[in-house]
Ligand binder design. Structure first.
Ligand code: NAD
Ligand code: UGA
Length: 431
């Protein structure tokens, strides 16, 4: 099939590459011309394991190309995916200006029947608005569908090529048949539904996963007080198929470009229809407080943080990505600086992105985890990068001024800690 994907961010680029990988002819469009130039040279603007290789091989096979000319791309395609950003507005609502702009551009360039598919995460009713916008500009026939995206950063290729399900929300039989055919090579779990339910499935899924995380984080806080181990509690709960073991990892709370924004947006969506989504409001509040566990534990170990040097390992919101959008590390480091501490920060790949979010004279950027820890009063592990688990803790403890560690991601086992000199604090496990 001939496909256009508009927006070459984490979702658009991965989707475009994967659709070409399964045999389609794909044109990816972005209005950021320098990004398009970079992509045409075979360079990938984001860190995502396996993406570059797959992208280049499909470009070489002539199945994938990049352009900033949206009109030409639309005219050559049967299906048009919208995958532009829907970031939060200051009140938590989703900012739909990018999606609406794209809808207007599609309407302007429509010359024959197309299926217009929204992959961006959008509030209930947005696809109806997209249809109305296009209809107000164009007389051409078209159908609209909501096919929300469920990939995770860091495993985006695997998630896209082997999804748990594909949700297709549309009222058009013609669109259903075409979209079924397009997605059939990926999975048999196709959920065919109406547009509004599809839009809601996306928010409900992210909100539910966020709820699991806040739930286990609260359990971890109680475990600390009663002397239980949250990792064993999660394991014991997870074997129950009705609960499931995924997303029960206690830590410093969820971050990223999706859970924080989508939980806020769903609270707003509910509020618009006079529904007070109390459970989700608590999930958000618990998540914000959980980030501060790192600060509380540091204060317990060191007293005042003023004048102290704190090493921070991990800036990305999770491993295997360079994405720092709403990373817990932003809040935590800001807090450390406000408390008068000096920060030595290390991340294998997210440092450049992080510096665009937060960069002051109180932070020094380190090129290895060991350099970051050298001479520090304490070490905070904020992202569970694999390389951190392999560090020799006995050697590490000796290099620090004080061997104090706050392991915000429960990276180290009790055995590893016992043989080191660390005064060790983790999340929800006996010290
Ligand atoms: P992103 O910010 O990484 O990328 C968006 C891209 O769209 C940018 O390259 C931007 O230049 C481009 N763009 C903006 N306006 C445009 C226009 N008028 N024409 C052409 N290109 C335009 O966004 P993302 O992280 O890929 O997220 C996209 C959507 O998918 C969001 O709604 C998000 O909630 C959802 N989503 C994201 C993920 C994820 O893991 N990042 C997963 C599932 C769903
Ligand atoms: C999440 C969802 O998992 C995807 O299905 C969805 O498509 C995406 O949001 C989206 O809508 O954009 P992502 O944000 O890439 O994907 O990453 P996750 O693996 O879900 O992690 C999100 C955050 O939760 C991270 O900060 C991670 O550290 C944290 N987390 C995750 C926990 O603290 N504990 C867990 O058990 C799992």
């Amino acid at each position: 099939m001939n496909i256009t994907v508009i927006g070459t961010g984490y979702v658009g680029l991965v989707s475009g590459v994967c659709f070409s990988e399964i045999g389609n002819q794909v044109i990816c469009v972005d209005n950021n011309e320098s990004k398009v130039e970079m992509l045409n040279e075979g360079a990938v603007p984001i860190y995502e394991p396996g993406l570059k290789e797959l992208m280049v091989s499909n470009m070489q096979a002539g199945k994938l190309s990049f352009t900033s000319n949206i009109g030409e791309a639309i005219q050559q395609s049967d299906i048009i995916f919208i995958a532009v950003g829907t970031p939060s507005l200051p009140n938590g609502e989703a900012n739909l200006s990018y999606v609406e702009q794209v809808a207007i551009e599609i309407g302007t360039h429509l010359e024959s029947y197309k299926i217009i598919v929204t992959k961006s995460t959008v509030p209930v009713g947005t696809n109806d608005r997209i249809r109305d916008l296009i209809r107000s500009i164009s007389q051409q026939p078209f159908d609209v569908a909501s096919v929300p995206e469920f990939l995770r950063e860091g495993s985006a290729i695997k998630d896209t090529l082997n999804p748990d399900r594909i949700v297709i929300g549309t009222s058009s039989d013609r669109a259903i048949q075409t979209l079924k055919k397009l997605h059939r090579p990926l999975t048999n779990n196709l959920v065919i539904t109406d547009i509004r339910s599809a839009e809601m499935i996306k928010y409900a899924s992210n909100a539910f996963l966020a709820t699991k995380i806040s739930f286990i984080n609260e359990i971890s806080n109680i475990c600390e007080k009663v002397g239980a181990d949250v990792t064993r509690v999660a394991e014991g709960m997870g074997y129950d198929k009705r609960i499931g073991s995924a997303f029960l990892k206690a830590g410093i709370g969820y971050g990223g470009s999706c859970f924080p924004k989508d939980t806020q947006a769903l609270i707003q969506i509910a509020g618009m229809v006079d529904y007070d989504f109390r459970l989700l409001k608590s999930v958000v509040e618990v998540n914000q407080d959980q980030r501060m566990q790192v600060i509380h534990k540091l204060q317990e170990a060191l007293g005042s943080l003023a004048g102290k040097t704190i090493a921070v390992w991990g800036l990305a919101f999770k491993p295997d990505t360079d994405d720092v959008r709403d990373a817990p590390a932003i809040d935590i480091i800001q807090h450390l600086i406000d408390a008068g501490a000096y920060v030595k920060a290390y991340d294998p790949i997210a440092t450049d992105n992080f510096r665009k979010e937060l960069d002051t004279a109180s932070i020094s950027w380190q090129d290895t985890p060991i350099h970051a820890a050298q001479g520090a009063d304490a070490l905070c592990v904020l992202t569970e990068w694999k390389e951190f688990a392999q560090v020799d803790l006995q050697v590490l403890a000796k290099m620090m001024k004080e061997p104090v560690m706050i392991d915000g991601r429960n990276v180290y086992s009790a055995e590893q800690i016992q043989t080191s000199a660390f005064q060790y604090y983790s999340i929800g496990r006996p010290g």
